[in-house]
Every structure is written in C-alpha cells, then in structure tokens.
Design a protein around this ligand. Structure first.
Ligand code: ADE
Ligand code: ZN
Length: 334
C-alpha cells in the first residue's frame, strides 16, 4: 500500500546490524560446501529445516549459539565480501541511504582466521556499496563481552592500523549481556579513546539487562549511543538524561520479538521515547535470523503504532542526525 511506499522512500539510516547476522540459510549452506565446513550433530541440514529453527529463539543466548555456529563457514576474504555485499544489496532495495555495520573480529580470530582477511573483505564490500549502490557506510568493531577484557584489549591493539587508516569508525560491545556488565570493559574503551580521541563509542545495553547497564555504559564507557536501550523505560531519570544528552537508542523491533524480550512490537516503549524526546533509530540487528531487513522493521512499527507522517519524518530526522557520517552527508539526507 502507499504507507509501504512512503516508508520505502523515507531516507533511512541503519545503525545496528551485525554483518555476521546477515548470514542466512541461502548463503550459509553454499559457503559451508565451498569451504568444506561441517556442522555439529543436531544442526539443521537443509534451508527449510534451518528456517524453521529460526522461527523463534528462547532468549538472546539461544540465538547466539546459532549465530556463532553460523559464522564458522566464513573463511576467505571473498566470503566476508560476499556476506557484506549481499546485505548492502538487500538494504539498498529497502531504501537504505546510510549503514553503520557491526562485525565481531574475535568470533573469527579465535577460529584462526587472520584479522586482515575479515577487514579487507568487509572494507571492499563497503567501498563497492558506496560506488555502485550509493549507500554510505561505516564499519564498527564490536568486542564480545563473554570473553575477558584482556582479550578485548589485545583485539583493539591488533586493529590499530585500521583505526589509523579510518577504516574502522567506532567501537561497540555485544554478545551475552546480563552476566557481563559494561564496567568490565572500561579499560578497553578508555584505551581506544586515549589513542583515538575522535573515535565513536557505542555499546549494547538494556536489551535483556536493566537500566543500570545503560547508565553505566554512559558513565564508564563514555558511549554516545546505546544499542537497544529499551529497558531504559524502567527508569524515568534515565529517560530524561537520554533526552537531555541527545543519546540515540538503536532499537531493533523484530529482534526483540524473536528473542522474546517483548511479546510483540506494540509492547515496545516507542511512544514513550517520543513523548520524552529520546531519539531512536529503527534497525534490523541480525536480519537473516530475525525474519526481516530494515524496511520490514519500519513496517512492523507502523503496523503497531500507526504514526502520522509528521512523526515518521521526526523519526527519520533523528536517525539522520544521530548518524556518524559527516555533516555534508547528513544535509543530503535531511
Ligand atoms: N550479537 C548479534 N546480535 C546481538 C544482539 N542482539 N545482542 C547482543 N549480541 C548480539
Ligand atoms: Zn545487536
């Protein structure tokens, strides 16, 4: 209908998508074959079986277990390139203008894949997407919070040249949230910020964890963005702070439903965010696993909230203004 066309045409920015989370059954099985990778016993063996398994996850950890098995098929630079470029093609069809993409270097290095293979593949896909698809892109490296912070610090040091070259634009923190609070990674964040004062910082917080995960990410990690952040609604003072400090929440509606953080999109505190003046963007997180890319997430929000055009324009503007692209690109999109 015409609202779908409107949401398609709206200049959209994505701030929360894990490249490894764009690995769907359609690419997973061919890559497994290409690289002679076999899966653990009990892992689905066909596209249909795997799609059925991805219908629902019991929680974040249940999903992550599949996510880490999935990424084991990524071996060569070409695999990383193919993965990222096929995401950019899908996103471009959805009417995406600007994309800030996460990747998990530790998930590859711990399997023996050299870091330069990972980064070269992703970087080449970003360059081709800019040139051929007209999407602007930023790469954001994430640390896996279930690994020790010493490992995180070594990872940061191992990509120093890529930060120097400007190939990596920011730092994030992902994986199992609740047993691994943000304060564990204070040293990693402060080390990177000391060496690269202009680096952008974000962290997953308040997805399954409570509002203290959000405030501690702001206070101790000095992030200027929060990935998810939906549990901020449980703390009114925090909501006021997010609005005052213009912190962007990168929310992921279909992800929250699939990981049973909420029962349905209508339960998300999106209307409250607008009421408090808290900025947010709408994102796909791990679209191959959660059954929808960026436009599906916009449509799901519209189906539950039925926002008027003015509200949609406000959401799009906040999403552009919260992006980590340069001012010139923002002006093109606004
Ligand atoms: N890694 C990939 N997707 C994630 C999510 N939604 N939360 C935490 N870690 C992730
Ligand atoms: Zn995420």
């Amino acid at each position: 209908g015409h609202i779908r066309d409107f949401l398609h045409e709206l200049p959209k920015c994505e701030h929360h998508v894990h490249l490894e989370g764009t690995l769907g059954p359609d690419l997973l099985f061919p890559l497994a074959e290409r690289n002679c990778i076999s899966f653990p016993n009990g892992f689905p063996t066909s596209v249909e079986e795997l799609e059925k398994r991805y219908k629902k996850f019991s929680d974040l950890q249940d999903f992550l277990n599949h996510y880490y098995i999935g990424m084991s098929v990524l071996i060569k630079e070409q695999d990383f390139f193919d993965l990222a470029y096929s995401y950019f093609e899908k996103a471009e069809k959805d009417g995406l203008w600007h994309s800030e993409v996460f990747f998990d270097p530790q998930g590859h290095v711990e399997r023996g894949i050299p870091i330069e293979i990972v980064i070269n593949g992703f970087k080449k896909a970003c360059e081709k997407a800019e040139k051929e698809l007209g999407i602007t892109t930023k790469l954001i490296m994430c640390l896996l919070r279930h690994l020790p912070s010493e490992d995180g610090l070594l990872t940061i040091k191992s990509v120093n040249t890529y930060y120097e070259k400007g190939w990596i634009h920011g730092l994030g923190l992902d994986s199992s949230e609740k047993p691994f609070p943000p304060e564990l990674f204070e040293n990693c964040y402060s080390f990177l910020k000391k060496n690269f004062p202009n680096i952008q910082l974000t962290a997953h917080a308040g997805e399954e964890g409570g509002p203290s995960y959000v405030s501690n990410s702001l206070d101790l990690l000095k992030v200027t963005r929060i990935d998810h952040g939906i549990n901020s609604i449980k703390d009114e003072k925090l909501m006021e702070r997010l609005a005052n400090e213009k912190i962007l929440l990168s929310i992921c509606p279909l992800s929250n439903v699939k990981l049973q953080v909420v029962e349905n999109v209508g339960q998300l505190p999106i209307a409250e965010f607008i009421k408090y003046g808290v900025s947010f963007s709408i994102n796909s997180d791990d679209p191959a696993y959660f059954g929808g890319y960026i436009l599906d997430n916009y449509i799901a929000v519209h189906e539950s909230f039925g926002f008027d055009l003015e509200t949609w324009c406000l959401i799009a503007r906040n999403s552009i203004n919260g992006s980590w692209c340069d001012e010139k690109r923002k002006l093109e999109m606004l």
